[in-house]
Write a protein that binds this ligand. Structure first.
Ligand SMILES: Nc1ncnc2c1ncn2[C@@H]1O[C@H](COP(=O)(O)OP(=O)(O)OP(=O)(O)O)[C@@H](O)[C@H]1O
Length: 350
């Protein structure tokens, strides 16, 4: 089922738009993440799709059907929340079967379907247990199975992995991907965690302050951010935004000269794209302020003479704190931004 917003705005107080004229299409049978910082409007978007909130203006379509005014119960949606929301007094099997009971299905049918779904989410060894006897990851498996019980057209997941520890989060995100692929159900996954969104989604919609910043495939967000916000939000450690004036002019190329002519203010360079270079050929020089080595990750923090901080990742640490070193980067990795934070693609930059 395709989900389409047409110029949708939502205001909780009748004054300020929490979602501001959103227009987007989420493709059928895809897993799409809505990603953004806290308070950007992710859950609000999800609740509008679910029919738990009403738009202030605009229209929502499921395929060609206008569902803007349709109640939640008539939208055929499955929902999974952060806190699982299972019934503690019911067994795993009865939790999964509960929506079918409400729909008046007979016991045999209910149990058959619950067992089938339990197998799908790999919880079939625990059918008779109560939720309290399960781990967080197992409880979330039950919640997913329950959400799928009525064969919804769309599965909505609101930060479903936030309550799990780091290792389990990684395991469960792979599981969600697998379950989505096996069922083919259109899934909309809300998260503030970029690694989560980038790793499991067919496409990612980045929101900030109720406005869509970019909607594209994960790798594209990293390689081709539409603006400074996306460039800074995607990528860990965060991208360096270096004032063009901070570059050493001795090694300046034609591309950087063009950038100056086009009034580029900032050059974005990802920490992993910087490497060491002799002073006379380096783009930028800085004093090493800190070196951080955590397992396989190596990170250095430098400061230029003008006080600009530069993060460098994945480089051989053949220098010490206090050393001044030269750095450079291949031009194909430059990302140019103007003063308004918009991306500017220079002809030579293609
Ligand atoms: N019921 C409400 N009444 C008034 N304002 C609300 C209500 N729910 C959310 N908001 C506000 O709307 C904005 C968007 O909230 P929303 O919960 O959609 O953001 P979010 O991106 O899901 O954030 P988080 O990741 O923190 O859950 C926030 O500024 C929030 O304070």
């Amino acid at each position: 089922m395709q989900v389409r917003f047409e110029d949708v705005s939502l205001s909780y107080d009748g004054q300020k738009n929490v979602l501001d004229h959103l227009t987007f299409t989420l493709d059928s049978h895809h897993l799409v993440s809505i990603l953004g910082p806290s308070g950007c409007g992710k859950s609000t978007t999800l609740f509008l799709i679910a029919g738990l909130l009403r738009v202030s203006s605009g229209k929502i379509y499921f395929d060609d059907k206008d569902v803007t005014k349709l109640d939640a119960v008539n939208r055929n949606i499955g929902m999974v929340f952060q806190n699982y929301a299972l019934y503690p007094h019911l067994s795993v099997k009865d939790n999964i079967a509960f929506p079918l009971k409400m729909a008046g299905k007979n016991k045999k049918e209910r149990h058959q379907r619950a067992e089938e779904l339990a197998r799908l989410v790999h919880i079939d060894d625990h059918l008779e247990k109560k939720p309290g006897a399960l781990s967080g990851g197992q409880q979330q498996r039950v919640a997913i199975a329950r959400a799928l019980a009525k064969e919804p057209d769309i599965l909505l997941m609101d930060e479903p992995l936030s309550n799990l520890d780091a290792k389990l989060r990684v395991e469960m995100r792979e599981e969600i991907r697998r379950i989505q692929r096996e069922t083919g159900i259109t899934t909309i996954f809300v998260t503030h965690d970029q690694a989560e969104a980038l790793s499991i989604s067919d496409s990612v919609m980045v929101l900030n302050k109720g406005i869509i910043q970019q909607k594209s495939q994960a790798q594209d967000l990293y390689e081709n951010p539409a603006n400074q916000f996306v460039a800074q939000f995607i990528g860990d450690p965060e991208i360096n935004l270096i004032a063009l004036n901070d570059f050493e002019q001795t090694a300046e190329s034609k591309l950087l000269q063009t950038a100056r002519e086009k009034n580029i203010s900032w050059v974005g360079i990802r920490p992993e794209h910087l490497y060491r270079q002799e002073f006379d050929q380096s783009l930028i020089q800085g004093k090493v302020e800190a070196i951080e080595i955590i397992a396989k990750d190596r990170l250095a923090l430098l400061k230029t003479e003008t006080g600009q901080e530069i993060r460098v990742a994945d480089l051989p640490i053949d220098f010490e704190k206090g050393d001044t070193i030269g750095l450079t980067c291949q031009e194909r990795h430059f990302l140019f931004f103007n003063d308004q934070g918009d991306r500017v693609v220079l002809a030579d930059d293609e």
